[in-house]
Design a protein around this ligand. Structure first.
Ligand code: FAD
Length: 403
């Protein structure tokens, strides 16, 4: 059996590793358009951008791939899929024949569609090369304008403040991270960034960027006039890399549509990670969801790798992600909303709290700020299908670890 995996990122690397673990004889080819072996992206907006961590952790080094008998084709873009012949065509090199194909192509940072978006000094952040370019640009005393108040924008702002830049952040909506957390958490994030000296503008807009002077400074036209900046970073979302899937006629709708096993509308082709639109049985979720998180990419990669080797289905965990900003570690388990009852333990003012959301007696979501231990407990409760009573959660004297 020959498996070709297109996309050598978090999800693709986990498919390859898991398949090899269960199928020692399988022929596996992992194709990646970046020149780097698969690496983890979360440190890019944190330690890699600040310089505290020169390299992100590698998920499958060239040596490991060699030892595991996984053929790595790096610096090579897959440009087409011939479903009739079961071949992947590459930008360079011979076509790759497959019995099973896995699309793990992730996504690209959404590009701004405004005049001046291509000027030097204007950045987006998705890859290691983007992070290294930004690291060079973020020098103390410079003026950074971040567009977008989602997780990437907020992490870039926090890292830049730590490096001593002046930071202005413009968000188009009325609150931060509105797609993933309820209003009280958005307000907590807003207060935190303002306390750290970020000029956060909500309901704002950036309409054009022009060169300001010979020294590379930029004039940014915004809702409140003209801002001067040395560096502009757009963190305005992700476009799933679905071109290959669209061109070969797979079903695509906000990502590549897959079933619970990760299979697309062609049974010989699977999709995993940020690019996959999957069915979900999680509480409060829509029928289908495309998740953009490290844990989802890893979990789906492992599940599909195991399925390709004929292993029993791997149970899927609740969605989980984290973000690190200043001295705050924020973790989200499940898909939080305003529904049901929300119990806050700890203190928002001290940036050490947990919000448990209970819907119809079941644990629906947890947002934990600097309370990693409690989040870990909640993961365990969810796996065991139980939840402390509301009275127990509301009682500040309850020792959760004893429950
Ligand atoms: P990717 O990791 O994007 O990998 C896809 C790979 O496929 C890429 O290397 C791409 O170049 C390649 N590719 C695409 N098209 C082709 C083609 N045609 N041919 C060959 N190769 C191709 N998640 C968290 O949970 N917590 C965090 O703190 C966090 N921080 C993040 C910070 C940053 C800056 C970024 C960018 C992401 C962060 N994430 C975080 C999200 C997490 O990293 C992603 O969800 C995860 O990387 C998705 O994995 P993936 O394999 O689906 O896609």
């Amino acid at each position: 059996m020959k498996t070709v995996i297109v996309g050598a990122g978090q999800a693709g690397a986990w498919v390859a590793r898991t398949l090899r673990q269960h199928a020692p004889e399988a022929a596996i080819v992992l194709v990646g358009q970046e020149p780097h072996p698969p690496y983890e992206r979360p440190p890019l907006s944190k330690g890699v951008m600040s310089g505290a961590q020169p390299e992100p952790p590698c998920l499958l080094s060239i040596q490991q791939a060699d030892e595991l008998g996984i053929r790595l084709e790096l610096g090579t873009r897959a440009v087409a899929i011939d479903r009739a012949r079961r071949q992947v065509l590459l930008e360079r090199g011979l076509p790759l024949a497959y019995d099973t194909l896995v699309l793990a192509t992730g996504g690209a940072a959404r590009q701004p569609n405004i005049p001046g978006a291509n000027l030097a000094g204007v950045h987006t952040l998705r890859s290691l090369d983007d992070a290294v370019r930004l690291r060079g640009a973020l020098q103390a005393g410079r003026r950074l304008l971040v567009v977008g108040g989602g997780w990437i924008g907020l992490e870039v702002a926090a890292t830049a403040r730590r490096l001593g830049l002046q930071v202005c952040l413009i968000e188009g909506g009325s609150r931060l991270c509105a797609r993933s957390v309820p209003a009280d958490i958005s307000n907590f994030l807003l207060d935190m960034h303002r306390r750290h000296g970020v000029d956060v503008q909500l309901k704002g807009a950036v309409t054009a960027i022009e060169p300001a002077a010979d020294d590379g400074a930029l004039r940014v036209r915004t809702h409140r006039g003209v801002e001067l900046a040395d560096v502009v970073v757009f963190g305005i979302g992700l476009e799933p890399n679905t071109e290959l899937a669209v061109a070969c006629g797979l079903q695509v709708e906000n990502g590549i549509v897959v079933d619970a096993r990760g299979q697309t509308s062609d049974p010989a082709i699977y999709a995993v990670g940020d690019v996959a639109n999957q069915p979900c049985g999680w509480p409060g979720a829509q029928a289908r969801l495309r998740l953009e998180s490290w844990a989802n990419a890893q979990g789906q990669g492992i599940a599909v790798g195991a399925a390709l080797a004929g292993q029993p289905p791997v149970p899927r965990d609740l969605p989980w992600f984290w973000s690190d900003q200043y001295d705050v570690n924020l973790q989200v388990l499940g898909l939080p909303s305003e529904a049901g009852l929300r119990v806050v333990r700890g203190s928002m003012r001290d940036a050490k709290f947990c919000v448990f959301q209970i819907v119809e007696g079941a644990l629906h979501s947890v947002v934990a700020v600097n309370m990693a231990k409690e989040l870990k407990l909640a993961k365990r409760w969810h796996k065991q299908g139980r939840c402390p009573s509301i009275a127990e959660l509301q009682n500040p004297d309850t020792r959760l670890e004893r429950l």
